[in-house]
Design a protein around this ligand. Structure first.
Ligand code: F3S
Length: 239
């Protein structure tokens, strides 16, 4: 059943606006529509200048992370029926990164921090003689299963008060992606990554605020992963 929904969107055009400001748009939408559908409708029928990122529209690419009613979410996974549509829905860009235009922020710092932890498989040892892939047991694979789910949307890092205060902190997303390789039995660069994460920009900047875990659209247990990395640094053990 179609209903009228009003979005209050934080707009900012650096070529025209000294400061960001809110604009309101009312559209007809179904309860099963997502915030991304509503944004597309506004852009197509009311204001073609509205600017936001989107790509897959199915919760995989991580492009459409934004603040919806004050909470970081993916616009493509947020159904209207999960929100109170009798009130305005506030849509803003994620925090802690420079605004580019409307709902788009500059992700450069986020990806620079990601690269610092070497988020890729490292093992220079020769492949097994039979030429097959490097095997691991189901238990070894399960050790880092949760942190393989990250889609690099930035919802966690841009919900973190430590990152807001200083974005030299690598942030929860980078730590999650480091965790994915640190605890992979086939990888050989755990010690190097742990050394990076033991440094000034690393895991000990985390104050266990839990905002990251609440914000993650993939429900990764981020604070637990951070604690496991801290423990590995302190004990020197990867069990
Ligand atoms: Fe930030 Fe998450 Fe730690 S919100 S302070 S990285 S628990």
């Amino acid at each position: 059943m179609l209903e009228k929904v009003t979005l209050k969107i934080l707009r900012y055009n650096p070529e025209k606006d000294a400061q960001p400001h809110y604009e309101r748009y009312t559209v007809e939408a179904e309860p099963t529509d997502r915030i991304l559908d509503v944004l597309e409708k506004i852009k197509a029928y009311q204001d073609g200048t509205l600017t936001f990122r989107r790509s897959c529209a199915h919760g995989i690419c991580g492009s459409c992370a934004m603040r919806i009613n004050g909470r970081n979410r993916l616009a493509c996974k947020t159904l209207l029926k999960t929100l109170d549509t009798s009130k305005e829905i506030t849509v803003e860009p994620i925090l802690g990164l420079p605004r580019v235009k409307d709902l788009i922020v500059d992700m450069t710092t986020f990806f620079d921090n990601y690269k610092k932890v070497m988020p890729y498989f490292i093992n220079d040892e020769p492949l097994p003689e039979d030429g097959r892939e490097r095997l691991q047991s189901p238990e070894e694979r399960a050790r880092f299963d949760d942190t393989t789910k990250c889609i690099l949307c930035g919802a966690c890092t841009t919900a973190c008060p430590t990152f807001w205060a200083d974005n030299s902190y690598v942030g929860p997303s980078a730590i999650v992606n480091a965790h994915r390789f640190i605890f992979d039995s086939r990888d050989r660069a755990a010690a190097e990554r742990l050394k990076i994460l033991a440094g000034d920009s690393g895991v000990f900047r985390c104050r266990t605020a839990f905002n990251c875990t609440e914000a993650c659209p993939r429900e990764i247990k981020i604070t637990k992963a951070i604690a496991e990395v801290k423990r590995a640094i302190i004990t020197g053990r990867l069990d």
